[in-house]
Design a protein around this ligand. Structure first.
Ligand code: SF4
Length: 741
């Protein structure tokens, strides 16, 4: 057996060092065993030493079943049946290109460039081949296009971090968890949702070294089962109330770090007035929070005392609970608690904020093919430094409102009417709120192209479907999500299947038909080399590109764990926080300037919302629905892999009390429904979820029957297509009812 970066189809088994490009939260070196053009085995990183290894999760262990799945698209297709019916005929690339060019020219001429919409997602995220950038480059060169704003995963947390810290790099490197004496997993389940490769390894090590671990979650999660000393069940959407009451206990018992607050923060006095009820007459006592959250007063008091007096302690909030009606307040309040306990910028502490990113190797800092300026967005308002979503949405549509914009266009107040959709590397119908509305939106479009690996529920509505290569069929670069510090090289393992092409090749072919010269002036190889050598971060770091390529990973050696804002805490005068005041802004003047104190309070606040547990709608729909990431998929990617379906069958978590009240037994088929739609799914009757809450993993594929009941169990049939004032997609604030099927 031979180990090298590139596969040569010579009949012998070769090991190709590479990585996936999933939108998974990790980035793990894997070794693909390839024989006769087929991946026959997958192994993980073989670096010696458990601290050094970057261990792959079960998703990439099944990578070959995804790449070689019999349902992979291999030829261009044109729709011959009704939209959504999935009836397509094979066509040639020439026919596909001619149809697309003709339609693009027509739409451009008749409706203008803003009627061309580029919708991209996280189907594969790498430097050169990532779905969006190649087509953005082409569209810009023919006059521009419209697109969406924001990301579904983390927009609320991003807004919160920018408000409070002026930065999204708010994480400590994971080995720093070993310095913690207390770790609070607040809505965070790292065993299921990868928040940086090896995160779980370091949490386990911290546990073994004696750190106490508390999980606060409506579910007794896998992480809690394995790690937690204590599980604090909580009702969804009430985290901020519990946090505010913890602050109340700390203030009343003088447990907060006033010296830290005085030196490093702005506006604690205003937050204190809110917490003590001086501002609004309501003291945020633990009893007040118990009535909202279901967490007993005594538990809140203990939690507050323990967190305030155990030094250092890492409060790990995340992005999940922030994908809710006013979710950014959860992250803001968590950051405030981190400051109140003096844990920001301290080894073993945490800055909160949910993003957990370190500034080395982070995917936010990737380079890629330049798209150029978008003429259709020229003259828009400057959004630099603003927290006002209205400015960001002057030229764009919020991603969770994209389908609404397709349906309503300018008449609905959106900045454009969409006539031509390029929908790439996403499965938006499935993954955005209100999937039934999504289906109506795609059915309403004049023309749609979907470059894809599989015939997804979204692609079924396309007029032309183009077969795209997977990351195993091309070379590329990737970077880890939040926790680096390393860079990865994707080495091509197999030849493109069937007639698959990369997005960049597709854009280049189309550019040629538009008469654009030099659209792709460099080969893939030249681009990748340039991305590494010219990037100010990777250039000085990766001295030997060939070695990096061969090994598939380059590790950055850090002299010590990265601790977010350490420089600010050690020397604030010379290293102010990147906020207008130079301090941690518990009070944000930029938020105050938006003049919407109910929805955008300048200090973190608990707020009642639509479809919360007190909404009168609970009379009709009494259960709160949450939709965590699946353990066995990368959102809706990998859905087709039977191995993974077997590992964790798709079932709705329902507490035995709620099940009994409805005559439901374990594994019964049930309906879950609200005014937005109805899905059929099997029930998992369990005490691992609290009463009045139901949990359904996102990502199974939408598959409505003739009555409109989704047989695929796609949770987004039930979720909302709204967004929070901070831009979070509201996918975890939804009320439903359940009945036996
Ligand atoms: S975390 Fe992501 S890259 Fe790593 S093994 Fe899992 S799916 Fe693959």
């Amino acid at each position: 057996m031979k180990s090298e970066g590139m596969s040569k189809d010579s009949g012998e088994t070769k090991i190709v060092r590479t990585t996936s490009a999933f939108d998974c939260g990790g980035r793990c070196p894997i070794r693909l065993h390839v024989r006769d053009g087929v991946i026959i085995r997958v192994e993980g990183d073989d670096t010696a030493g458990p601290d050094e290894q970057l261990r792959a999760c079960l998703r990439c262990r099944a990578y070959r079943k995804h790449i070689h799945h019999p349902d992979r698209l291999k030829y261009p297709l044109k729709r011959v049946g009704p939209k959504g019916a999935g009836e397509f005929d094979r066509i040639s690339w020439d026919e596909a290109y001619n149809t697309i060019v003709e339609k693009l020219k027509y739409v451009k001429e008749k409706y203008g460039n803003s009627s061309i919409f580029l919708a991209s997602g996280g189907g594969y995220l790498a430097a050169l081949h990532n779905g969006a950038s190649a087509m953005a480059r082409l569209f810009n060169q023919i006059g521009g296009f419209s697109t969406s704003y924001g990301n579904v995963s983390s927009e609320g947390a991003v807004w919160a971090c920018l408000t409070q810290y002026g930065s999204v790099m708010v994480g400590n490197s994971r080995e720093d968890l070993l310095n913690s004496k207390l770790i609070i997993l607040w809505g965070w389940d790292p065993a299921r949702m990868i928040s940086g490769t090896n995160t779980m390894y370091h949490v386990i090590k911290a546990r073994e070294a004696g750190a106490k671990i508390i999980s606060i979650d409506p579910r007794y999660t896998d992480s809690a089962v394995v790690l937690a000393d204590e599980w604090v069940p909580i009702k969804p959407g009430t985290d901020t109330a519990v946090m505010a009451s913890m602050a109340y206990v700390m203030i009343k018992e003088d447990l907060h770090d006033q010296a830290f607050l005085d030196k490093y923060t702005l506006g604690f006095d205003k937050f204190k007035d809110y917490v003590l009820g001086i501002e609004d007459g309501i003291e945020k006592t633990p009893a007040w929070a118990e009535a909202i959250s279901g967490v007993p007063t005594v538990t809140i008091e203990q939690l507050a005392r323990e967190y305030a007096t155990t030094k250092p302690a890492a409060l790990m909030d995340c992005q999940g609970p922030a994908r809710s009606a006013i979710g950014e307040q959860y992250n803001r309040c968590a950051m405030t608690l981190c400051a109140m306990t003096g844990n920001v910028g301290r080894p073993g502490g945490s800055a909160g904020g949910g993003l957990m990113g370190i500034p080395v190797g982070h995917m936010f800092r990737a380079s890629g093919i330049p798209a150029g300026k978008n003429p259709a967005e020229a003259g828009g308002p400057s959004v630099r430094g603003t927290l006002d979503l209205n400015l960001r949405l002057a030229r764009r549509v919020h991603i969770n409102k994209m389908h609404d914009a397709f349906l309503k266009g300018k008449k609905g107040g959106y900045p454009f009417d969409v006539k031509f959709l390029w929908s790439v590397a996403n499965n938006h119908l499935n993954q955005l709120g209100d999937a039934n509305k999504g289906a109506r939106a795609y059915a309403s479009l004049d023309f749609m192209v979907a470059p894809e690996l599989f015939m997804t529920p979204t692609a079924r509505y396309a007029d032309i479907v183009l077969p795209v290569t997977s990351p195993a069929e091309r070379n590329d670069l990737t970077r880890p999500w939040p926790s680096g510090p390393y860079y990865t090289h994707i080495n091509q393992a197999i030849e493109p299947l069937g007639e698959c092409k990369s997005d960049l090749d597709i854009a280049t072919d189309l550019a040629e038909r538009f008469g654009i010269k030099d659209f792709k002036p460099f080969t893939d190889e030249e681009y990748l080399r340039m991305f590494v050598e010219k990037n100010p971060e990777t250039g000085p770091e990766v001295k030997d590109y060939e070695k990096f390529r061969r090994e598939g990973v380059h590790r950055v050696k850090l002299p010590e764990p990265i601790v977010a804002f350490k420089e600010q805490i050690e020397d604030l005068e010379n290293n102010p926080f990147p906020t207008p005041s130079g301090k941690i802004e518990i009070f944000s003047q930029r938020a105050a300037d938006i003049e919407n104190p109910e929805q955008v309070p300048p200090i973190p606040k608990y707020r009642r919302t639509k479809e919360d547990r007190f909404d009168p709608l609970t009379e009709k729909y009494p259960l709160q629905l949450i939709s965590p990431h699946p353990k066995t998929r990368d959102h809706s990617s990998l859905y087709k892999v039977e191995w993974l379906q077997e590992v964790e069958p798709h079932r709705a978590w329902i507490n035995s009390k709620d099940a009994e009240a409805r005559g439901i037994e374990d594994n019964d088929e049930i309906y879950v429904f609200n005014d937005r739609g109805k899905i059929a799914i099997k029930a998992w009757v369990t005490e691992r979820i609290i009463p009045s809450v139901i949990s359904i993993s996102e990502g199974t594929w939408y598959d409505p029957d003739e009555q409109g009941i989704d047989r695929g169990g796609c949770v987004n049939v039930l979720t909302s297509d709204d967004y929070s004032p901070g831009g979070a997609a509201i996918l975890k604030t939804a009320l439903v009812q359940v009945s036996k099927a």
